[in-house]
Design a protein around this ligand. Structure first.
Ligand code: PSU
Ligand code: MN
Length: 305
């Protein structure tokens, strides 16, 4: 048996196929946020609203997932709804993407796996909520998201509201610097912390216009530098939860995760869901607002490219 890049199991939705043929700007979207990041039914409404924002801005949304062993670039409304309600969907990253294809399984793609699929599909811009990073206590657990290494390898720009404040932000920024990943604040000098506009850390780089972000991406390519970039886009002010308010809930959620020995892939979904309960759903409202905000910016960067 022979498998190569020409026989990859990959299909494009009608909308994405048409956009590719017309050379229209496309924005990739991940599906782990649907299956493991948000509860039903907010996961469905958010996924559909995020797609609508990208269309409104004049770009084409491409939500990516693996369905029965096939990479789907662009999902129909029915496919998003079905994915959002199933609880047997694998959370796929670089380590298990190929496995899902060979085993004929269905899985949602994390930031890392979405970047890989987007790159295969020739899509350079990707919007999410927050990338994975170095977890607090990583010096004991070694829990560092594969998203960081992917950013060092795969040429996709990821628009993110910084990194989730449940992570160790200082260590995450250090690792990104070591890996040579540009971290660009959009209109901000402060690195944002997902639910909050402030993290207490400076953003290494700053650009204020989508066209400049597109130019930076092209300049890196021209220099022969591999890898992607993070565009750090702070949550809109009216939707933010201040950092000191969040910290109490984060500490409680992490302590609970430790007590229950939650580990590996389950950590991020567990902590997100506990934080949602501890904040009476407020963290979810903020999460939804920041994803939409990132989708709008990503569409404008894709247009500038
Ligand atoms: N952003 C969100 N919600 C999420 C995630 C990101 O707003 O659920 C997901 C992304 O798919 C990211 C993953 O890649 O969490 C990180 O998981 P881990 O820490 O296990 O690498
Ligand atoms: Mn992890």
């Amino acid at each position: 048996m022979s498998i190569d890049s020409s026989t990859l199991p990959i299909i494009y939705s009608e909308e994405v196929a048409a956009a590719r043929a017309a050379g229209k700007p496309i924005v990739a979207l991940e599906s782990t946020i649907i299956t493991h990041g948000m509860p039903y039914p907010e996961n469905v409404s958010t996924a559909l609203e995020v797609e609508a924002i990208i269309r409104e801005e004049g770009a084409c949304p491409a939500t990516i997932a693996i369905l029965d062993g096939v990479i789907n670039v662009g999902l129909t409304r029915q496919q998003i709804e079905a994915l959002a309600q199933r609880d047997d969907i694998l959370k796929l990253s670089r380590a298990d993407l190929a496995y899902s294809l060979v085993a004929g399984k269905s899985g949602s793609t994390t930031v890392a796996a979405t970047m890989i699929c987007a790159s295969i599909a020739g899509i350079a811009t990707f919007a999410t909520g927050g990338i994975g990073g170095v977890h607090r206590g990583a010096e004991e657990t070694f829990d560092i998201s594969a998203d960081l290494q992917e950013l060092a390898k795969t040429p996709v720009m990821v628009v993110s509201a910084g990194v989730k404040a449940l992570l160790d932000i200082a260590k995450t920024l250090e690792v990104l610097e070591t890996l040579g990943v540009p971290v660009v604040g959009y209109g901000t000098d402060e690195f944002p912390a997902f639910w909050s506009r402030e993290s207490g850390f400076e953003c290494p780089l700053r650009l204020d216009a989508p066209k400049d972000i597109a130019a930076l991406y092209q300049m890196r390519k021209a220099l022969g530098l591999e890898g992607g970039m993070i565009v750090a886009n702070p949550v809109p002010e009216e939707a933010e939860i201040p950092r000191n308010e969040m910290e109490t809930f984060i500490l409680e959620a992490i302590a609970e995760a430790n007590r229950l020995s939650v580990h590996g892939k389950a950590v991020t979904p567990f902590v997100l869901s506990r934080i949602k309960d501890l904040t009476d759903g407020d963290s979810l409202v903020t999460n939804i607002a920041l994803v939409k905000n990132n989708a709008r910016l990503a569409a404008n960067i894709a247009k500038a490219l």
